[in-house]
Design a protein around this ligand. Structure first.
Ligand SMILES: C[S@@+](CC[C@H](N)C(=O)[O-])C[C@H]1O[C@@H](n2cnc3c(N)ncnc32)[C@H](O)[C@@H]1O
Length: 320
C-alpha cells in the first residue's frame, strides 16, 4: 500500500498541536473513509488550518497552504527541525509559570509581544491559552482573541500533551517531501498532476471577516469552477444544513459531485436541548468516492442517509 493511499480506516486520530475554527478532528475518519486516492501524487490542502486531515492521511508528498502565515510558519519550522519538542516544552513550562503567577495580564503581554514580532513559540502559547482555541485577527492582522481565564492552564499534563502532539507530527513528516506555502488558495492550484489529490476546507461563506478570513460568495463560486476543472481527484468539506436553513451553494455549484453527509452536534450549552444539529457534506469528484462506508466499531449504529446519496448509508457512533 502506498503511503497516504485512501480509503483507510484509522485506529487513532492524530490530533495536531494547533486549534482553529472548523477543525475537522471529529470528521477526519469520515473524510478518509469516503475518499479514494492512489497516494502516488501530492496531497494538496489549500486551506490547511490545524492540519488534522493531512496529518492523518500521512502522504509521502504534500503541498499544504494557508493564508494565515503563523500556522504555516510553525509547521514548516517543525518539519525542518528548527522548532523541536524540547523547545516547546521549555517555552510552555516557563511561560506557563509566569501566567500562573501574573495571571491574565501576562497573557496580554505575550499577545502584545507576538503582535509586535510574531514567532512560533508565542503563537502556540496563545493558541492554547486563548478563549476556546479561536484563531482571530483584527483588520490590521493583529491576534485579538481574549484570554481563556485559566491562569493554571499550562499544567505539566497539558504541556506534555502539546509536546507529544508536536513530536508526533514531526515524526509523521520526517523523511517525507512536504511543501509549505503561505498565501491565497489560487497560488497552489496550478501545475496539478492527475495523480495529485486536493482536499478543500474553505471558510464558510459569509461567516468570517477577519484579516486572514474574508470569504465571499464570489470566492466560493470561483473555487467551485477552478476545482471542478482540475485534472485530479478532489474532496471538499462544506456545511449542508442545520435546523434553520440549508446551504444553497451546494446544489447550485456542486451538483455534479458525489455527496456524503455526516450529522453532528455543536454544543452550545450543557443540556440536551441546547445541542444544535448540523449536517456536513463531503463533495467528492465522481470516481474518487468509495462505496458505502463500513462502521468503524461494533457499537456504531447505521443512520439512513438523507437526500443527497440515496445509494449508500453511513454510520455514526451512538451519542453518549
Ligand atoms: C475551515 S479552516 C480549515 C480547517 C482545517 N481543515 C482543519 O481541520 O483544521 C479554513 C482555513 O482557510 C484559511 N483561509 C481563509 N481564506 C483563505 C484563502 N483565501 N486562501 C487560503 N487559505 C485561506 C484560514 O486561515 C483557515 O485556516
Amino acid at each position: 500500500m502506498t503511503a497516504g493511499e485512501l480509503p483507510r480506516k484509522i485506529r487513532r486520530v492524530v490530533v495536531p498541536p494547533v486549534k482553529c475554527q472548523g477543525i475537522k478532528t471529529k470528521l477526519v475518519r469520515f473524510i478518509l473513509a469516503n475518499t479514494r486516492w492512489n497516494g502516488r501524487g501530492r496531497w494538496i490542502e489549500p486551506f490547511l488550518g490545524s492540519g488534522v486531515v493531512v496529518f492523518n492521511v500521512q502522504p509521502e508528498r504534500a503541498l499544504v497552504n494557508d493564508i494565515n502565515p503563523h500556522i504555516i510558519t510553525l509547521y514548516r519550522e517543525v518539519y525542518e527541525g528548527r522548532l523541536t519538542p524540547p523547545m516547546i516544552q521549555e517555552h510552555l513550562t516557563k511561560e506557563g509559570k509566569r501566567l500562573l503567577t501574573e495571571g491574565e495580564a501576562y497573557y496580554y503581554a505575550v499577545r502584545e509581544r507576538f503582535n509586535q514580532a510574531a514567532n512560533s513559540l508565542d503563537f502556540i502559547f496563545l493558541n492554547r491559552a486563548c478563549f476556546n482555541g479561536v484563531m482571530r485577527f483584527n483588520q490590521k492582522g493583529k491576534f485579538n482573541v481574549p484570554f481563556c481565564r485559566k491562569p493554571e492552564r499550562f499544567r505539566p499534563a497539558l504541556v506534555t500533551k502539546i509536546v507529544n502532539q508536536v513530536a508526533e507530527i514531526q515524526k509523521i513528516m520526517r523523511g517525507k517531501k512536504w511543501e509549505f506555502r503561505i498565501g491565497d488558495w489560487r497560488n497552489c492550484l496550478n501545475e496539478i498532476d492527475a495523480d495529485d489529490f486536493v482536499y478543500l476546507d474553505p471558510p464558510y461563506i459569509g461567516r468570517h471577516t477577519d484579516y486572514y478570513e474574508h470569504w465571499s460568495e464570489q470566492d466560493a463560486i470561483e473555487l467551485a469552477s477552478v476545482v471542478q476543472a482540475l485534472p485530479c481527484g478532489f474532496a471538499m468539506s462544506m456545511w449542508k444544513e442545520n435546523k434553520y436553513r440549508s446551504n444553497d451553494h451546494v446544489p447550485q455549484y456542486w451538483h455534479e459531485t458525489i455527496q456524503r453527509t455526516f450529522h453532528h452536534y455543536y454544543h452550545v450549552g450543557s443540556t440536551e436541548n441546547l445541542r444544535n444539529a448540523m449536517e456536513e457534506v463531503l463533495l467528492v469528484k465522481p470516481g474518487y468516492e468509495t462505496s458505502a462506508v463500513q462502521p468503524e466499531k461494533k457499537t456504531a449504529k447505521p443512520v439512513q442517509l438523507a437526500l443527497a446519496d440515496k445509494r449508500s448509508r453511513y454510520w455514526v457512533r451512538p451519542s453518549k
